[in-house]
Ligand binder design. Sequence first.
Ligand SMILES: Cc1cc2nc3c(=O)[nH]c(=O)nc-3n(C[C@H](O)[C@H](O)[C@H](O)COP(=O)(O)OP(=O)(O)OC[C@H]3O[C@@H](n4cnc5c(N)ncnc54)[C@H](O)[C@@H]3O)c2cc1C
Length: 385
Amino acid sequence: MNRSHRRQPLKTVDRVQFREMCARFAAAEIGPRWRIADRDKKFPREFYVAAARAGLIGITAPESVGGSELGSYEEAIALEEMSKVNPNLAVSILVQNIAGSILYDYGSPEQQDIAREMIAGNLMVAITITEPEAGNDIQNVSTQARRDGDDWVIDGLKSFITLAGECDVLVTLAQTDKSRGRHGMQFFAVDRNSPGVSCSQIETYVNRPAPTYRVQFDNVRVPARRRLDAGFKEIMTGFNRERIMVAARWLGHMQSALDWARGYATTRHQFGRPIGANQSIAFSLAQAHVDVEATRHLTYHAAERYDSEAPLKDVILDVSTAKLLATQAVVRVTQTALHVAGGWGLTEELPAMRLALDAMVAPVTVGSWEIQLRAIARELGLPCD
Ligand SMILES: Cc1cc2nc3c(=O)[nH]c(=O)nc-3n(C[C@H](O)[C@H](O)[C@H](O)COP(=O)(O)OP(=O)(O)OC[C@H]3O[C@@H](n4cnc5c(N)ncnc54)[C@H](O)[C@@H]3O)c2cc1C
């Protein structure tokens, strides 16, 4: 694959039917599971197997590894529909799809076998980039991989690695040649059970059904054939697709929040009439509708552009614009839902606080608000550092 480009869809589906299938899947497989997973902060592995059976892992992957060869448009549909039910079980699929693409787009036949097993639902992977001192600044990754005979030996500490404790393979970014800066980094497909790998869960208020971990690499020996021919540049390409999935994730979530708040505003009575009869409440929900629809249009526009023949550099503006709006709008819409719910919104008897809390991770991951603003400013030709 051309490294400055990206995989394009080879197949198409009836998108209405595909959306209906995703919605049915989400109702059947996420609906009954997410509350327990959220309470226990424990990922239900059987959900992952069900997603694989439904063909929702590797939507854009090549047929040679069991993928569906569809576009990021379809990937966005799947993320949106799943996230309407719960954005955190949905994110587990997002993680597989992005870590998996590093394996099948840049991997050797053996590494592609890992992707094939992942898409079949037999093993899970985690994307292992962030470090305590390298959050948005990925160029600052300091985990080291040094060559020793037929192996590489990895040392370092990663943080915020979603599903690290549940996965089988950590797709891990490490420095192989410090003198080359960001060009001296490569990914390794590290078996999580390798001696020297240890994971400890980070307690969070968000993403609880898909827990996140610190991962310590202590003298971890990885066979040389597990080094991937991909590093900083390739993950930056991948982030564009991931940002579309992220936007779709928050689109689904904000749609749910709006639907719920609209229902509440219609049925909750104060002063002898529905609270939604007050302009202040009705207008806040009308404004939320504008946020949802604007996000929908920008997200699917970005997906269409990403799936097109346009050079990747011409698509970045669309992707970052959609991602920024989605991550801003989901905070606004869920705060509106929380406000509409009044005091009952602060109880566990209504979903409003859960919806608002889950949205709090939106401004942070896969390039924060500021990082998207910087990307947009640069695309506008501003001399922004
Ligand atoms: C629940 C969760 C799951 C995650 N899952 C994964 C995962 O699976 N794999 C993985 O590798 N990572 C994962 N991450 C990491 C996530 O992508 C990082 O948290 C993110 O990159 C932010 O890093 P940080 O928290 O260190 O923030 P920092 O980079 O320290 O940023 C702190 C603040 O400073 C701002 N800032 C930083 N640099 C600039 C700048 N140049 N200009 C303006 N403002 C700036 C940021 O916008 C932010 O507001 C996850 C994080 C969370 C919270």
